[in-house]
Design a binder for this molecule. Structure first.
Ligand SMILES: [Zn+2]
Ligand SMILES: [Zn+2]
Length: 260
């Protein structure tokens, strides 16, 4: 499995000379297989989607917060007439996947609807587990305002868990550890320092220390921290990373490619 980090920033896109190394694009992963081009989340990282050839395009959303959706209007394949794009999101209360997306991508917040683009969008209410060829996708509900899905994506006995937008406070960390049991790679919401985290209880994000604890309990292989705080510069992120850097512990960088 080939995974590309297209966006590792959380909450809002950032720019600037001090945001170059880790990048400013918001949440988006690209999982490439022979048959499928699977994008997990549609943050501004989605704008940098590579050429997918004839692969079938799937977009899996964790939740509809704008930092995970705002890249969708500029997805390069929107302009390809007849290109099928299957989007999946979990129903939230009375809002199905299509209604959630339309909240953002419709006037007056945006000049048109997704259905106005030349591509052929199919928006589905997500039911887990789901498979795409030999890719298996399972999920659990995260501890995050409004809800979010933590995905586990597997192929040929290898897997990764994408635990972004997860808060450890008030959450059963054992449930996440159980879900991530023996995974090869845990991507984890490391948005806050411990000091920030204590001030941001209820905001739905976590810390490096909590991530390392989940990794240990889960017996996960590597851990890669994602959803970097928009106020954290390259210097701060490098400092946070250096404080914990060891085999299999790192902070995600935009453009990074991981082979599993
Ligand atoms: Zn987010
Ligand atoms: Zn969120």
């Amino acid at each position: 499995m080939k995974i590309t980090i297209l966006g590792a920033r959380g909450s809002v896109p950032t720019a600037g000379r001090d945001m170059q190394e880790f990048g400013g694009s918001t949440s988006c992963l690209y999982v490439e297989t022979d048959e499928y081009a699977i994008f997990v989340d549609a943050g501004t990282g989605l704008i940098h989607a590579p050429d997918v050839g004839t692969r079938k395009i799937v977009i899996l959303l964790t939740h509809p917060h704008i930092d995970h959706l705002i890249g969708l209007p500029f997805f390069p394949f929107n302009r390809e007439k007849g290109r099928i794009v299957d989007i999946y999101a979990k129903r939230r209360g009375s809002l199905g996947a299509a209604e959630q997306i339309e909240r953002l991508i419709s006037p007056p917040l945006w000049p048109c609807l997704l259905s106005d683009y030349p591509a052929d969008f199919h928006v589905h209410d997500l039911k887990l587990p789901i498979t795409f060829g030999n890719i298996e996708v399972t999920g659990i509900e995260s501890n995050h305002p409004g809800g979010s899905i933590i995905y586990r994506i597997s192929q040929n006995g290898r897997s990764f868990v994408y635990a972004t937008d997860y808060e450890h406070y008030g959450s059963d960390m054992d449930a996440l550890a159980e879900f991530a049991r023996d995974t090869d790679l845990l991507m984890y919401d490391g948005q806050y320092t411990n000091e920030e985290s204590s001030r941001m209880v209820g905001f739905g994000h976590s810390t490096v220390d909590a991530g390392l604890e989940v990794r240990k309990r889960a017996n996960a292989g590597s851990i890669l921290f994602v959803h970097h705080d928009p106020r954290h510069t390259d210097e701060m992120l490098a400092e946070m990373e250096n404080a914990v850097k060891s085999d299999g512990v790192a902070f995600a960088r935009e453009g990074q490619v991981i082979m599993l």
